[in-house]
Design a protein around this ligand. Structure first.
Ligand code: ADP
Ligand code: ASP
Ligand code: MG
Length: 417
């Protein structure tokens, strides 16, 4: 029987009552006889609370100790769920990332999985136990505890689904799937039946945080479909799949949206689509003018770049250049937001209260009027447009953070209602 890999996020395990509900769902699935691995996140806002706690005792806690601290959040959930299942008569065992054999590199707080040695999980599945794995964590070759980046339990789930040969990775959360926008901002947002990997990577990267973009990258690499579903209701949710809908697990779930419409009268066969609107806020928006002949300052250490939402560099005929980038507010920009980073005489402008509002979808730029329609929608709402950026699957607008949510509602009304 194929193993089922189920992941329950922080909102789905927020209280003991939630954990009880998750256990009941697992019991119901177990009746079908499949071996089950469950990946859990920390309860509710635990990870944020632990990080705040660290900053109460130190202004600059080391990343190593922070990783040791925050991984304890997932350990709490895993043990409670295991105890809960056992009390219901279901044999269960919990494992940390390290015990699960998730080996990573040494980048604390943003480690990448290098290999999986999940023999302990397999042994326990063979013994008939439900295996509960603490999400978001691993261990380096030097036996240091690491974390996989915020939202990283999604990555744990996909990695285990790939490694254990599950036909699909099932992600349970507090919304009924991937919607056309965050329902907290647009209550009328609709669940999408299916999305291609590329679109979902763009959507997640630009702020649609329902799935961690690194988890989707991993799923695409191994061609495993991901299903995002409600942990409360029984709705089918959203299937993230290869662009053609082929690959392992194809045909077992949703029909790719393109096929649904293939013989519809209203929609032409070759059509662009706008899938949804994402919001990243606050965003740090930086513009730098670097004079001709400027070299990096002597002794400047190359630093890990922040997580860029976009980055561009323009060389002018006079030899001077322009750099422009935006990074998510929660990323560490290091010296990248200081003029000295770019060399003597560089002029820098840093706007740290911006929002990036993005329309995402395949072939979005083939719609010639999309920029002017977006700008008109912003103008109608009195929202200043600070900049427009395009990618192959997205069009993003920079605006003041205070008007980010309003901008999402206006773009949703213009293109998706
Ligand atoms: P979990 O605790 O299950 O990992 P997250 O908080 O990481 O959940 O992600 C779920 C949240 O993502 C939802 O509560 C919703 O507010 C937000 N979200 C943002 N954009 C979208 C979207 N396009 N579709 C669905 N949810 C979205
Ligand atoms: N608990 C971790 C976080 O809040 C990991 C996760 O939820 O996926 O980022
Ligand atoms: Mg999440």
């Amino acid at each position: 029987l194929p193993t089922r890999v189920l992941k329950f996020g922080g909102t789905s395990v927020e209280t003991p009552a939630h954990i009880l509900a998750v256990a009941r769902r697992i019991l119901a699935y177990r009746k079908a006889g499949d071996p089950i691995v469950v990946v859990v996140s920390a309860m509710g806002q635990t990870t944020d609370e632990l990080i705040r706690l660290a900053h109460r005792v130190s202004r600059t806690p080391s990343r190593r100790e922070l990783d040791m601290l925050v991984t304890s959040g997932e350990r709490i959930t895993m043990t409670l769920l295991a105890m809960c299942l056992e009390s219901m008569g279901c044999p269960a065992i919990s494992f940390t990332g390290s015990q699960s054999g998730i080996v990573t590199d040494t980048r604390h707080s943003n480690a990448q999985i290098t290999s999986m040695k999940s023999f302990r999980i397999r042994e326990e599945l063979e013994r008939g136990r439900v295996v509960i794995v603490a999400g978001f964590q691993g261990v380096s070759a030097l036996k240091e505890v690491t974390t996989l980046g915020r939202g990283g339990s999604d990555t744990t789930a996909v990695a285990l689904a790939v490694h254990l040969g599950a036909p699909v990775c099932e992600i349970f959360t507090d919304v009924p799937g991937v919607l056309t926008a965050d329902p907290r901002i647009v209550p009328s947002a609709r669940p999408l039946p299916g999305i291609g990997y590329g679109e979902m990577i763009a959507f997640s990267h630009l702020g649609g945080r329902v799935l961690f973009h690194r988890a989707v990258l991993l799923a695409r690499k191994y061609g495993i479909p991901v299903e995002v579903r409600s942990s409360i209701t029984e709705e089918r949710g959203t299937r993230i799949h290869s662009e053609t809908g082929a690959g392992p697990g194809a045909g077992t779930g949703h029909v790719p949206p393109a096929r649904i419409h293939a013989d519809s009268e209203e929609e032409p066969m070759e059509s662009e689509r706008i899938l949804g609107v994402a919001l990243e806020s606050p965003v740090t928006w930086v513009r730098v003018r670097i004079p001709a002949g400027t070299a990096p300052p002597p002794g400047a250490e190359p630093q890990a770049p922040p997580r860029f939402l976009f980055f561009s560099r323009l060389q002018l005929p006079d030899g001077s250049s322009w750099v422009e980038f935006a990074s998510a507010g929660d990323t560490d920009t290091g010296t990248w937001t200081q003029a000295a980073h770019w060399g003597t005489g560089s002029e820098i402008s840093v706007q740290s209260d911006a929002a990036l509002i993005s329309l995402v979808g395949e072939g979005i730029l083939s719609q010639g009027d999309i920029v002017s329609r977006s700008e008109s929608a912003m103008q109608a709402g009195g929202i200043p447009v600070w900049g427009v950026h395009t990618g192959t699957l997205s069009l993003s607008i920079l605006a003041p953070a205070t008007q980010g949510e309003d901008a999402v509602r206006r773009l949703h009304a213009e293109f998706l209602e």
